[in-house]
Ligand binder design. Structure first.
Ligand code: AMP
Length: 292
């Protein structure tokens, strides 16, 4: 048994053939729910897997730190890799899961130069800060969809822009895969769970919930009828005058095109988005103004 960590509940495949064998052994044409991750699993990921298990016959969790979505000078090397603890957490969940944890060579073939780009969605917000990031996400997901052939893919609201990009990717590639977006799992004080929270100092950690507090205040203002530009100006001021963080952006965008909205229209599925840096750690959060 590879790495000695395949159990009754969690089966680990590290190459495509092994994964295909596991999947072929399932009931023919089984409903497959897929959760793509980069590992370093926390309670947010586990909730995503739990939601998937509630609605799928077979659950596949991929664990792959995708080099294509990291830019030069980003944290690819210091991204946490914790496969055995990841598998333990999945075991503790108590539902059968197939883990697919390939090497980079297993997914990226010699000489390949495939590119998949959605420039209008991918080059703004997170994409402006991280050029090429969503191209890398689209590339690896398209490959993983081909390998796993899921019926549904489950992703976190936490990475809102990613969900918008993936919805468009599925639509434009005409892939018959349903996207299910799971609400953000938060700490008791509101901070969204993230693998990057571990890089915060105790002091930065204490200040980080200001992101969600500001978004909640902004949402309250807008829903109470305060003019959008006024509410946004106030929210930006709270974050840009706070010396514990450096604001990258804060805005309210529509749920399909990620354009800043001109006014409050529930039909546009407006979502408040924020990114800010606490020391060298960049945190994201978002809050849909209208429940899905
Ligand atoms: P990652 O490993 O960071 O690529 O995340 C894998 C999946 O877990 C993505 O769909 C994320 O949006 C989702 N995720 C990460 N953090 C959370 C959270 N706090 N709540 C819900 N989903 C999350």
């Amino acid at each position: 048994v590879r790495l000695g960590i395949t159990t009754n509940l969690v089966r680990l495949a590290t190459d495509r053939t092994e994964l295909q064998e596991f999947l072929a052994a399932e009931w023919p044409r089984a409903q497959i729910g897929f959760v793509p991750t980069m590992g370093a699993l926390h309670a947010g990921h586990i909730e995503l897997v739990r939601q998937t298990a509630l609605r799928s016959r077979v659950v596949v969790v991929s664990i792959f730190v995708n080099p294509a979505q990291f830019g030069p000078g980003e944290d690819l090397d210091r991204y946490p890799r914790t496969l055995s603890s990841d598998i333990e957490q999945l075991e503790d969940l108590g539902v059968p899961v197939i883990v697919f944890a390939p090497s980079a060579d297993e997914l990226y073939l010699p000489g390949e130069d495939l590119r998949i780009q959605l420039p209008s969605l991918s080059n703004r917000w997170e994409g402006a800060e991280r050029p090429g990031h969503f191209d890398g996400v689209c590339l690896v997901l398209t490959k993983l969809f081909g390998v796993v052939r899921p019926t549904s893919v489950y992703m976190g609201q936490k990475d809102f822009q990613q969900t918008v990009v993936v919805r468009r990717l599925l639509r434009d590639l005409m892939l018959p895969i349903e996207l299910v977006v799971v609400p953000t799992v938060r700490e008791a004080d509101g901070l969204a769970l993230s693998s990057r929270n571990r890089f915060l100092s105790a002091e930065q950690r204490a200040h980080a919930p200001i992101l969600i507090h500001t978004l909640r205040e902004l949402a309250e203002q807008v829903l109470a009828g305060v003019e959008l530009s006024t509410a946004l100006r106030d929210a930006r001021e709270i974050l840009s005058t706070n010396h514990n963080c450096r604001l990258d952006y804060l805005d309210i965008v529509d749920g399909d095109g990620l354009e800043p909205v001109a006014g409050f229209d529930p039909a546009q599925r407006p979502t408040a988005i924020v990114a800010a840096r606490f020391g060298s750690t960049r945190l994201l959060d978002n809050l849909p103004l209208v429940p899905a």
